[in-house]
Design a protein around this ligand. Structure first.
Ligand code: ZN
Ligand code: ZN
Ligand code: ZN
Length: 138
């Protein structure tokens, strides 16, 4: 019965020592901290996905070239006018930005771009990048 009460460590798979009562999911502090990190990462991915689905459709894709690999996708400010939509210390990336978007009910003027298109249109006052939408740059 005792063995069932303490399942194997969900991080490293080792038996969890009976002495370890405060957390039945991991075998040691080290695994416990690792587990917290993994959960935080998972929450962050989930948050990113929620934002990407809102702005990029389902499945989310780059509004410029159609790239659909989640790892490459990010939220882009459509006109590149960063000042108009300044929100304090937040940059247009990272989990704090995703939280900001969710809290503010997904404000308009953002879109999903892949990192390539975003990089190519950086500092340009255009919606899409030069490679895929040359007509915008005439
Ligand atoms: Zn462990
Ligand atoms: Zn793209
Ligand atoms: Zn593009």
């Amino acid at each position: 019965m005792k063995a069932q009460k303490y399942p194997d460590c969900k991080i490293c798979g080792k038996k969890i020592p009976n002495s370890r009562k405060y957390n039945a999911w991991t075998c040691s502090i080290k695994c416990h901290l690792k587990n917290i990190r993994i959960n935080a990462r998972r929450r962050e991915l989930h948050r990113k996905m929620e934002v990407l689905l809102h702005y990029g459709g389902n499945p989310p894709k780059c509004a410029c070239c159609g790239e659909s690999h989640i790892e490459f996708l990010l939220i882009d400010h459509m006109t590149g006018d960063g000042n108009k939509h300044r929100h304090g210390k937040y940059r247009y990336s990272g989990s704090s930005f995703y939280i900001w978007l969710i809290k503010n009910n997904f404000p308009d003027s953002f879109q999903v771009l892949c990192s390539n298109c975003n990089f190519t249109k950086r500092n340009m006052n255009k919606k899409f990048c030069k490679v895929h939408h040359m007509e915008l740059y005439k």
